[in-house]
Design a protein around this ligand. Structure first.
Ligand SMILES: *[C@@H]1O[C@H](CO)[C@@H](O)[C@H](O)[C@H]1NC(C)=O
Ligand SMILES: *[C@@H]1O[C@H](CO)[C@@H](O)[C@H](O)[C@H]1NC(C)=O
Ligand SMILES: *[C@@H]1O[C@H](CO)[C@@H](O)[C@H](O)[C@H]1NC(C)=O
Ligand SMILES: *[C@@H]1O[C@H](CO)[C@@H](O)[C@H](O)[C@H]1NC(C)=O
Ligand SMILES: *[C@@H]1O[C@H](CO)[C@@H](O)[C@H](O)[C@H]1NC(C)=O
Ligand SMILES: *[C@@H]1O[C@H](CO)[C@@H](O)[C@H](O)[C@H]1NC(C)=O
Ligand SMILES: *[C@@H]1O[C@H](CO)[C@@H](O)[C@H](O)[C@H]1NC(C)=O
Ligand SMILES: *[C@@H]1O[C@H](CO)[C@@H](O)[C@H](O)[C@H]1NC(C)=O
Ligand SMILES: *[C@@H]1O[C@H](CO)[C@@H](O)[C@H](O)[C@H]1NC(C)=O
Ligand SMILES: *[C@@H]1O[C@H](CO)[C@@H](O)[C@H](O)[C@H]1NC(C)=O
Ligand SMILES: *[C@@H]1O[C@H](CO)[C@@H](O)[C@H](O)[C@H]1NC(C)=O
Ligand SMILES: *[C@@H]1O[C@H](CO)[C@@H](O)[C@H](O)[C@H]1NC(C)=O
Length: 665
């Protein structure tokens, strides 16, 4: 159990997860060491592909030079089959749609230097409603894998329709009574047994949290329900990806679904955001637009986005680490994702969720760095050197700032070269000192040149004595939550290192004043970490709350705009948008935190890292940590209230469940 005010180390990642991180073994077929790239018929042509469509799009992949950029696999999705198997039990193509047959299609695609992707389904029928129904692969895995091999297939996308035996095989079942996993085990084994290497793409729409079992069976697995034709599909998918990005790696990738770039759904800025995030999360990059057919040709703007070599290089980077969410500003409408690249570089994306163009600032410490020796703003077409603390740019409505940074300095470390030196050489002014939280409990450590003769150091008008013969000085420091703090130092130090204040975790068990249905619920062993219990039924139609008195050692003065403290909200949310993905589903829940009456709303993504159907806590006992700056603090006692104020009439009035609050002093 937690004693009150347990000292809790500040997490390095501002957005992170506690709990199961068990990685299963990996399928090792030597394929997809970087995410597969290509084209697929479904997003544009639905379940109605045909030979001329595939010919013209495959040809366009080559004619537009996309093949040389890495787009390799041409996959024909649902709608290619005859309804029934042949007399000897094999699947076969529709001769109306593919008059020259699938083997000839494979040869054509191969003759272009491309890979041939085929499609089937682990149920009794394929995903194609209406008449006539098309038979699926369930029970025919060996035969079908052998047939695909004989046709020269290089990739198999394997869907999940009509697969729930217990419910008598409905079209889709998001809550099957048994996992779809066995269907993928059968087909994975059948594919792996073939002499021809074939990428295996698992497509069970994220049912039963495949990140825990799919890496062992396939090269990619879908983590969400289908991408749709509305902008809200992008944040919905990203909010589901948030807790799972660490499951990606060479040979096994989270599939965020096929791209909608070029389908005349999104604005150019939206297409950039969509393509950027899919790329840096290391999703397969599967073009889902019509490149060229008898009616249409993809726009130059969309082709330019799909052809951006920088973005593709981040997706195909040899390190193979997916970017993760670093921080989300809910009311302010933006968020930051980042991940490492080979060559000790980093890629960073800042998404503007608002409907208007804005100038937004990326504070480097949010991604763990203080300075970038090199910086490339990909969509802004800007390169800079020695950028300190932050970078600002104009981002269109729903657009993205995409940065590649290198020669990095760790967060909190400043060099004299980052400062302005006064004309007489006596004073260095650092004008971009970053404060995570408003506090007088920072520590600054200066090192001075070894030949310094000064024994008195003046920092922001306060004098300190250097210890005898020492070239180091360590002092407490006050900073506000901003990247614009100023520090003048006489004489100029060589280096400066700033350490953030400590933090306390206030567990949900301290929030003893509960209203309405709000309930403290104890969790199963090792769940709801690090507290072991959580408060459920916050918010709701009657706005239930939980409150506590929290004492902090130093603060701003409690007026709106001055009493800023960085806190980490420990929460549980596994309200997955599966059936609701077509309409209102967002994969988020709101939670409000009031500090002395100043209320801040956060919209938290999913935190579940275990099966939503079969794990003991159904993913509702996996903890996520959401970093946010809360206004309203004063030194001493503060009344803190969690709930979902103002959400009574929302689509989802219930708040996320609350595990605890980590407050950085
Ligand atoms: C293939 O699809 C295209 C576009 O829908 C259509 O114009 C064409 O007639 C179809 N061809 C065949 C053989 O079905
Ligand atoms: C396909 O098989 C089903 C069931 O055996 C049968 O009822 C149907 O007539 C067959 N369809 C065709 C087009 O042969
Ligand atoms: C099964 O029948 C199909 C079509 O009649 C034929 O193309 C295929 O070669 C046969 N497969 C085997 C294994 O005999
Ligand atoms: C962004 O900043 C530039 C330069 O300061 C300014 O001209 C422009 O109006 C700003 N744009 C917005 C949307 O605020
Ligand atoms: C990296 O940046 C430092 C300054 O921060 C500079 O001295 C050094 O030359 C840079 N190195 C490279 C390889 O650019
Ligand atoms: C990017 O900037 C360079 C140099 O300023 C310029 O030559 C180039 O045309 C720009 N590219 C784009 C795509 O705007
Ligand atoms: C925080 O700083 C204040 C003075 O600024 C000091 O009184 C207090 O002891 C410090 N608290 C901690 C926990 O370091
Ligand atoms: C200390 O050494 C540096 C370079 O080694 C020199 O520029 C500076 O003037 C010296 N300062 C003193 C006080 O001797
Ligand atoms: C200071 O440094 C000088 C020269 O290195 C040395 O002689 C002296 O003993 C040192 N004093 C102390 C208190 O360490
Ligand atoms: C609170 O719980 C009771 C009993 O389960 C239920 O009848 C009531 O509707 C709940 N109230 C809210 C606001 O959910
Ligand atoms: C307290 O509030 C006043 C007025 O808003 C502000 O000027 C002052 O800087 C604040 N003090 C602290 C310690 O934040
Ligand atoms: C969260 O609150 C915002 C603002 O009130 C609202 O638009 C949104 O729908 C809420 N989210 C959910 C999941 O209800």
């Amino acid at each position: 159990m937690y004693a009150e005010n347990v000292k809790w180390g500040l997490l390095l990642d501002l957005f992170s997860f506690l709990g199961s991180n068990a990685l299963s073994p990996r399928l090792d077929n030597g394929l997809a060491l970087t995410p597969p790239m290509g084209w697929n018929s479904y997003n544009h042509y639905s379940c109605s592909p045909n030979e001329s469509i595939i010919h013209s799009n495959a040809q366009a992949l080559v004619d537009f030079g996309l093949d040389t950029l890495g787009y390799h696999y041409v996959t024909i999705d649902c709608g290619w089959t005859l309804p029934n198997r042949t007399a000897n039990g094999t699947l076969t193509w529709s001769p109306e749609r593919f008059p020259n047959g699938y083997p000839a299609m494979g040869e054509f695609i191969h003759s272009l230097g491309l890979g041939f992707g085929v499609y089937s389904d682990g149920g009794v029928q394929m995903c194609m409603t209406g008449d006539p129904v098309q038979t699926g692969s369930l029970g025919y895995e060996q035969i079908d894998a052998a047939t695909f091999t004989s046709w020269g297939a290089d990739l198999l996308k394997y869907d999940n329709c009509f697969s729930d035996a217990a419910l008598d095989y409905p079209d889709v079942s998001y809550t099957p009574s048994t996992s779809p996993q066995p269907h993928y085990i059968s087909m994975s084994a059948a594919v792996t047994a073939q002499p021809r290497p074939m990428i295996f793409q698992i497509c069970d729409w994220g049912v039963d949290f495949p990140s825990l079992w799919a890496p062992d069976l396939g090269n990619t697995w879908r983590i969400t329900n289908d991408i749709t034709g509305v902008w809200s599909t992008i944040p919905r998918i990203l909010n589901q990806a948030v807790p799972q990005t660490s499951f990606a790696g060479p040979g096994h990738w989270l599939d965020l679904d096929m791209l909608q770039v070029g389908n005349d759904i999104f604005t150019v800025e939206e297409e950039k955001t969509h393509f950027t995030t899919w790329a840096i999360l290391k999703s397969p990059l599967t073009i889902g637009g019509a490149l060229k057919d008898s009616y249409t040709i993809m726009s130059e703007a969309s082709l330019a986005i799909l052809s951006n070599e920088d973005v593709i290089s981040y997706n195909q980077d040899s390190l193979g680490v997916a970017a993760s969410l670093k921080r989300k500003w809910t009311e302010e409408g933006y968020e930051v994702w980042a991940g490492p690249l080979s060559g000790e570089r980093m890629v960073i994306a800042l998404i503007n969720w608002m409907d208007v163009e804005r100038n937004l600032t990326l504070d480097f410490p949010v991604v763990g760095i203080q300075k970038a020796g090199t910086l490339k703003d990909v969509w802004g077409n800007v390169t800079q050197e020695d950028v300190v603390t932050s970078y600002e740019s104009t981002i269109g409505a729903h657009g993205v700032m995409l940065l590649e940074v290198g020669n990095l300095t760790a967060e909190g470390i400043y060099d004299v070269s980052d400062a302005t030196i006064s004309e007489d050489g006596t004073t260095a002014t650092f004008s971009q000192i970053y404060g995570l939280t408003t506090s007088s409990n920072y520590t600054a450590q200066f090192s001075f040149p070894t030949n310094t003769t000064d024994t008195t150091v003046v920092v922001n008008s306060i004098s300190y004595k250097l210890a005898c013969n020492s070239t180091m000085l360590t002092i407490p420091l006050s900073l506000s939550a901003s990247s614009q703090n100023i520090l003048s130092v006489n004489p100029p130090p060589k280096t400066l290192q700033i350490t953030a204040p400590g933090s306390n975790l206030y567990p949900s068990t301290l929030f003893t004043t509960l209203t309405g249905n709000a309930t403290e619920t104890s969790c199963l062993t090792d769940l709801c970490q690090p507290v072991g219990s959580k408060i459920s039924f916050l918010g709701g139609p009657t706005s239930n709350t939980a409150s506590a008195i929290i004492t902090v050692p130093s603060a701003g003065n409690g007026t709106a705009g001055t009493g800023h403290k960085y806190v980490e909200v420990y929460f549980c949310n596994n309200d997955i948008a599966l059936a609701t993905s077509w309409t209102t589903g967002t994969n988020t829940r709101n939670l409000t935190i009031g500090v002395n009456g100043v209320v801040t709303r956060i919209e938290v993504p999913l935190a579940g890292r275990s099966s939503e159907l079969f794990s003991p806590g159904k993913g509702w006992m996996d903890t996520g940590i959401f970093g946010v700056l809360l206004d309203g603090w004063k030194e001493g006692e503060n009344e803190v209230v969690v709930g979902n104020v103002g959400g009574e009439m929302d689509v989802q009035s219930w708040a996320a469940d609350f595990v605890g609050l980590g407050v950085v002093w």
